[in-house]
Design a protein around this ligand. Structure first.
Ligand code: ADP
Ligand SMILES: Nc1ncnc2c1ncn2[C@H]1C[C@H](O)[C@@H](COP(=O)(O)O)O1
Length: 222
């Protein structure tokens, strides 16, 4: 709260944290929300009824999983909207469509008709009032070596048994996706530049950058 005032972060801001699996989104979401006195919107992994099955058989479960994630994100968007902002969101909806659904369609794990159905549903959802663009998307980036190490250390069994090529492909797709992303302002942060696990105080310089960045984007809007 104190840091929010110090760096003049609006109390209704919506900040979303993006980046590939294992890069540190959840850790960043918790630290930022804690430091700013914001609410969190997390992806629920443990209660996802499709995720294990999906990692076992992409072809069989890709469509089901995407629909499930879309429904979950929609509920979260609605919650964020009803509270009037003041949220840190762990992963953006843009990544579901721009990274995961696209990748699985292009890899042949989702049929064309399923992919079209998914996209139609997504387009219909974002036309509702519940989808204001975030004020800021923080993109966490790091080397594939560091990310693979984090995935391994975290040790979710379904991710351990997934071939390393999957994570390498996703990492590449993230890099090109963020380079053309323009739905909202983007602040890129390299994971080598902070360490929230060892040094809780490393959140302050990040909040300072967010404050500065939000001010610049507000000025540009005027
Ligand atoms: N700064 C850091 N240094 C080392 N490990 C980290 C750091 N931040 C997160 N981790 C670890 O990396 C793993 C992935 O982080 P997580 O926040 O769950 O990523 P994501 O939500 O992007 O999948 C976790 O085991 C977490 O404890
Ligand atoms: N839209 C998605 N499609 C497939 N898999 C997804 C999607 N969103 C998240 N996931 C997976 C990736 C990870 O195994 C877990 C949680 O993601 P994380 O980046 O660790 O928060 O869900």
């Amino acid at each position: 709260m104190e840091l929010r005032n110090k760096y003049q972060i609006p109390n209704n801001a919506i900040i979303t944290i993006a980046g590939t699996v294992g890069v540190g989104k959840s850790t960043m979401t918790s630290s930022l929300a804690n430091a700013l006195g914001f609410r969190t919107s997390f992806e629920k992994v443990d209660t996802n009824p499709y995720l294990d099955k999906f990692y076992d058989d992409f072809k069989r479960w890709s469509f089901h999983l995407q629909i499930y994630f879309l429904a979950e994100r929609f509920k979260e968007q609605k919650r964020i909207f009803e509270y009037g902002g003041g949220f840190i969101q762990d992963r953006s909806i843009y990544e579901d469509t721009g990274i995961f659904a696209k990748m699985h369609y292009e890899k042949g794990n989702m049929s064309k008709v399923d992919y079209e159905t998914y996209k139609n549903l997504f387009d219909a959802m974002i036309m509702t009032p519940y989808f204001p663009h975030p004020d800021l998307l923080i993109y966490l980036e790091g080397s594939i070596e560091d990310i693979l190490e984090r995935i391994q250390k975290r040790g979710r069994p379904m991710e351990q048994s997934t071939p390393v090529e999957y994570w390498i492909e996703m990492h590449k797709r993230y890099e090109s996706w963020i380079n053309s992303f323009n739905a909202c302002p983007v602040l890129r942060i390299n994971i080598r530049d902070y360490d929230l696990m060892k040094e809780e105080t490393s959140i302050e310089p990040i909040i300072e950058r967010i404050g500065y960045f939000l001010k610049q984007t507000q000025l540009l809007k005027k």
